[in-house]
Design a protein around this ligand. Structure first.
Ligand code: MD3
Ligand code: FE
Length: 217
């Protein structure tokens, strides 16, 4: 691992860190691409607005969600599942833009997964105080495919555990432009996001955006 965490003279380059077996962070990989990513998210949001889903237990999730691709993740009193239709608009989810497909493919390849073709892209938006409780991503059809996760905007702390909810968790700080690829054994690990601290990012204001790619269908 290249420990230049505190070295700001890296000329805008990315470096790779290992979290555990089968999970890597591509640090700062997308740090300079806010313009195109913000425009991409705005275009998706115009067709499929961010909304706060209800959990099966009736709680409202603090992170707002939208998505694109063949499938979107849906949560309501009936439970959690992937759906080809956005329940808010009753339309198919917006197409997955080429720029997102390409980024997902490139990042998966860096982690050793060739020909990654996700069919679901979920976009979470957090404001200060919003969080995501410890959970597993298990509604997808293909667990052999990795999950690629892009962080934009204000920083966050990932909580990353093991296969049991009770397993010890480690904290992984993620900043604007970081990309994490979770595959193999780590694919089913419990994970979450600590409450976002108040901060300001010149491009994204007080919000944090997380984009995850999955093979869901
Ligand atoms: C570890 N999102 O949408 S991404 C989710 O930052 C979700 O919005 C969080 O968890 C967020 O389901 C965390 C990081 C992540 C995603 C998938 C994983 C970590 C993971 C799958 C297995 C292990
Ligand atoms: Fe998750």
């Amino acid at each position: 691992m290249n420990l230049d965490l505190f070295d700001l003279s890296n000329n805008g380059e990315s470096w790779t860190e290992t979290i555990c077996d089968d999970a890597i962070v591509l640090r700062q990989y997308l740090a300079s691409r806010s313009d195109e990513l913000l425009a991409t998210i705005k275009a998706i949001e115009a067709k499929a607005p961010f909304r706060h889903m209800k959990t099966a237990g009736g709680f409202t999730m603090s992170a707002a969600l939208t998505g694109c691709g063949d499938y979107g993740w849906v949560s309501d009193r009936r439970g959690y599942r992937y759906s080809k239709t956005d329940p808010l608009t009753e339309q198919p989810w917006p197409d997955m833009p080429e720029i997102l497909r390409e980024i997902a493919r490139e990042c998966a390849l860096k982690a050793g997964y060739s020909d990654y073709q996700p069919d679901a892209c979920l976009i979470n938006r957090y404001v200060p105080g919003a969080k995501m409780s410890l959970h597993q991503d298990k509604d997808e059809q293909d667990f052999t495919a990795p999950i690629v996760s892009i962080s934009l905007g204000v920083p966050a702390t990932f909580l990353f555990g093991g296969l049991q909810r009770s397993d010890k968790t480690i904290k992984v700080p993620v900043m604007h432009g970081d990309v994490v690829v979770w595959g193999g054994t780590s694919r089913m690990f419990f994970h979450g996001v600590s409450a976002i601290k108040s901060a300001y990012h010149p491009f994204w204001g007080e919000s944090r955006i997380n984009i995850t790619f999955r093979v869901a269908g």
